[in-house]
Design a protein around this ligand. Structure first.
Ligand code: SOE
Length: 387
């Protein structure tokens, strides 16, 4: 086991808090890391509930006060797993206290906020990473390696869809994900942000966009109780203040054309995060609902044997997979968080930059914001490039 310890404090203990907790619990067992993460503290507003969470998941301490946790001398890394509206304040305070910062997506809601966050981590000289976890699926990381080695040539078409159906029922009650002040936007920032990040990772920068959005169900039963993506209704109704669906076209600076579709109203699609990339020499297709497979077509295969082949990205030669189970023993959602935690620990322990960092998070926000501008202005909008 590594000599150096890295004390982690987690802010937020709901859906993402669980995903991050399981990552911190397992990562040091499966990966050979240069520092050993220690689950020092977890923070949430309800003191009793967060204390129970700490006990269940093995966090050493718990607190209802994020400022106290962020300023603790024995904390090295602050992991922010709270809703988006809290990210900027916590991240900036954590950086000012000299802590490395790991932040859930979307980084924040506006380019102005993103620039402040980026300036804060740069000024403090701390490591910073945004949890775009789908980059950490072995098949996706393999796609990146293949693209970089020229397997599909020059990318011409980039098609990204992220479809879910948990809001299709008009009786599904309100929760924070449907309130603009808490979530920033709906499917656009929640799901579209993932697609934009994958697009930037795999294809390159997006220069111009034009979009459209719709809120199909504008009022829902008030929130009673909610947990993750399930909820029970309370009294009365509440106005939905975010989009249910967001669609846009994009021009990549490298010449590719892109289409993006994000919705939480596609019956039957549960977590259908998919891309199809068509290049001058081949195509790559991946979908989270079958996350271990990468479909690859090559124009360089013998003419009589061409067709999509399914690569099962679970072998030791594939990114991340070798740290886990024997070949063919599949990966799931939780592994993406552990893989991200492993990368973060290695970057901190070896003084290397993390990816995706806050600049990547900020560039994603710039694309989201440009789509909004294009809708307001009724025409194509340029994406601001964040230095
Ligand atoms: C809900 O739509 C959600 O949990 C998102 O918030 C996550 O970012 C996505 O990975 C899965 O769906």
């Amino acid at each position: 086991m590594a000599q150096q310890q890295l004390n982690v404090a987690l802010i937020g203990y709901k859906f993402m808090g669980k995903a991050h907790s399981q990552a911190w619990r397992t990562v040091g067992r499966f990966f050979d890391l240069d520092a050993e993460p220690v689950m020092k503290a977890v923070c949430g507003r309800d003191a009793a509930a967060v204390a129970e969470f700490a006990q269940r998941w093995g966090w050493e301490t718990s607190s209802p006060d994020w400022r106290e946790v962020v300023n603790r001398k024995d904390v090295d890394v602050v992991d922010i797993s709270t809703p988006g509206y809290t990210h900027d304040e916590i991240a900036i305070a954590a950086a000012a206290a000299g802590k490395h910062v790991f932040c859930e997506k979307p980084l924040c809601f506006t380019v102005a906020q993103a620039k402040e966050m980026l300036a804060a981590v740069r000024k403090a000289g701390v490591k910073h990473m945004v949890n775009f976890n789908y980059r950490r699926v072995p098949a996706v990381a393999l796609a990146k390696q293949m693209i970089d080695s020229g397997a599909i040539g020059q990318i011409r078409h980039a098609r990204f869809t992220y479809l879910q159906d948990w809001l299709v029922d008009p009786q599904f009650p309100m929760n924070w994900r449907m309130r603009a002040d808490a979530a920033g936007s709906g499917a656009h920032g929640d799901l579209g942000a993932h697609s934009i990040d994958l697009a930037r990772y795999l294809v390159g920068e997006i220069g111009e966009v034009v979009g459209m959005q719709k809120t199909f169900i504008t009022e829902r039963p008030s929130e009673g109780t909610s947990s993750g993506l399930t909820a029970t209704a309370g009294e009365g109704v509440e106005k939905v203040t975010v989009d249910d669906a967001s669609i846009f076209m994009a021009k990549f600076t490298g010449g590719a054309l892109g289409t993006f579709e994000a919705t939480r109203m596609a019956p039957g699609r549960k977590n259908y995060n998919r891309f199809e990339l068509n290049g001058s020499k081949g195509s790559l297709v991946w979908c989270f609902e079958d996350l271990n497979y990468l479909d690859y077509y090559s124009t360089e295969d013998p003419e009589d044997r061409r067709g999509f082949r399914r690569i099962i990205a679970t072998e030791g030669v594939h990114p991340y997979a070798g740290a886990w189970w024997p070949p063919g023993h599949m990966m799931g959602y939780d592994h993406t968080f552990s893989n991200a935690a492993a990368d973060l620990v290695q970057c901190i322990a070896n003084d290397k930059s993390c990816a995706p960092c806050f600049q990547d998070g900020a560039q994603c926000v710039a694309v989201l914001e440009a789509v909004d501008k294009s809708i307001d202005g009724g025409k194509w909008a340029k994406v601001e490039m964040i230095e």
